[in-house]
Write a protein that binds this ligand. Structure first.
Ligand code: MCU
Length: 413
């Protein structure tokens, strides 16, 4: 038998063409990154479980670990996710739901007032704020003052006086569900009075942004308020990113103080406002907070996180060192540890803490004038050189941070 014929393999696939239809890659400059950081896909933010399991924690919660207890915050993008998570935690455990911008928000801005008209579903409300124009002409910075300003505001900065009680009353626990916010969203809405005020300021800013030809520069807005309205001011700074400078004054417990630290003062026999007491006095917090006031360590947050929600925007915490009810040690310690978040973001001096006594409640003392002026200059008047490196108290409050903070502060990239 002869040898088998050789097997001939005829390729059926067409030959691979050497010419490509893709355009050639052009290198324009060796220094130009192909993808700029802002074009990077957003980090995946974790979502909170529907029914979170809480783990008691006696110290100040770690801002740099996510709620799941595992994932760490190592980049600024991670922090944006963590801040969203913290915002949700505040709504869920303390202040109730903050409704988004409603379907219809209209209004007018004049040299004397801002009028806001809002409709949502079948209901409508109108409210207004009064305007004090600054000296000069053209767009200028303005400070929104809850119930009126009790800090000195320079003449070249305008003032918007917002009657926050009109949106949500705060006389006593009987004020629950009373005010125009609840006319719109219903008496049983979970939002606390403070949440309703946040919402109201957001609508004022909507109207300021939607109108032209007035003097209010929407990019240079501050917010202030004293005492109960100082609690409101810090919440507004935390929940409304269009606020450039937050100036809470003597906000005390429920504001710049941490619940855990105020409870510690109370255990030491100091007569300080606590979570347990505050819900029996007024409606600043949501009914959702009630179950936690006697088990504060279960809360997955404390108020040092409020500083983190405001960061990197300007924040000067103005407190009183001599009124125990306000929790001077608690406000100071809470904010010193909250300032770690600004430090992590590389902007420690965008936040200042100033605690001074020897004056009446809400009577701004001259000795805090330098830092107030510096923060207004830097964040409302674009004076980058103003010295806002402020962390002071006129008395030694002896906050030993190591007792309360065991996490370390990363440098976020
Ligand atoms: C510091 O803010 C409050 C405080 O929380 C209340 O307990 C007290 O009754 O009133 C203070 C206040 O708003 O004073 C004007």
């Amino acid at each position: 038998p002869g040898a088998a014929p050789p097997v001939t393999v005829t390729p059926t696939l067409p030959p691979i063409s050497q010419t490509s239809s893709l355009p050639p890659i052009t290198v324009t400059s060796s220094n130009t990154p192909i993808v700029t950081p802002t074009q990077l896909p957003p980090a995946q933010c974790p979502t909170l479980p529907a029914n979170p399991t809480l783990t008691a924690y006696a110290r100040l919660n770690d801002p740099f670990t996510f709620f799941d207890g595992q994932r760490k915050v190592t980049t600024k993008a991670d922090w944006e996710c963590r801040a969203k998570e913290i915002n949700q935690l505040f709504q869920r455990y303390e202040v109730g739901e903050l409704p988004p911008k409603p379907s219809s928000v209209t209004g007018t801005v004049s040299g004397t007032s801002i009028t806001v008209n809002v409709s949502n579903g079948g209901s409508s409300i109108s409210f207004s704020a009064s305007v004090r124009l600054p000296s000069g002409s053209g767009p200028a910075p303005f400070i929104i003052a809850l119930g009126g300003a009790s800090i000195p505001i320079p003449g070249d900065v305008g003032v918007i006086t917002f009657n926050n009680d009109d949106l949500a009353q705060q006389a006593n626990t009987g004020s629950r569900g009373r005010g125009k916010f609840y006319t719109l969203y219903g008496q049983n809405h979970s939002a606390s009075a403070m949440t309703a005020w946040v919402w109201g300021v957001s609508r004022l800013i909507d109207v300021i942004e939607a109108n032209t030809g007035h003097r209010i520069d929407p990019k240079r807005l501050g917010v202030t308020g004293c005492s109960r309205n100082g609690k409101g001011a810090i919440m507004i700074g935390a929940f409304e990113p269009r606020i450039a400078l937050t100036l809470p004054q003597e906000s005390g417990s429920g504001g710049a103080a941490c619940w855990r630290l105020s409870d510690d003062m109370s255990r030491r026999g100091i007569e300080v406002q606590t979570a347990r007491q505050i819900v029996t006095e007024n409606v600043w917090f949501s009914p959702l907070f009630q179950p936690y006031v006697n088990r504060v360590p279960d809360l997955p947050l404390d108020h040092h996180f409020l500083a983190g929600l405001i960061a990197p925007r300007g924040l000067l915490v103005i407190e009183h060192s001599g009124i125990n009810w306000l929790g001077p040690w608690s406000t100071y310690g809470c904010m010193v540890s909250g300032r770690r978040i600004y430090q992590a973001l590389g902007v420690p001096n965008n936040m200042g803490i100033s605690t001074v006594g020897g004056h009446g409640h809400c009577q701004f003392p001259g000795s805090q004038g330098t830092e107030l002026t510096a923060f207004i200059d830097k964040f409302l008047k674009n004076n980058a050189g103003a010295n806002t490196n402020v962390q002071k108290s006129d008395v030694n409050l002896n906050y030993n941070e190591a007792d309360w903070v065991t996490w370390t502060t990363p440098t976020l990239t």
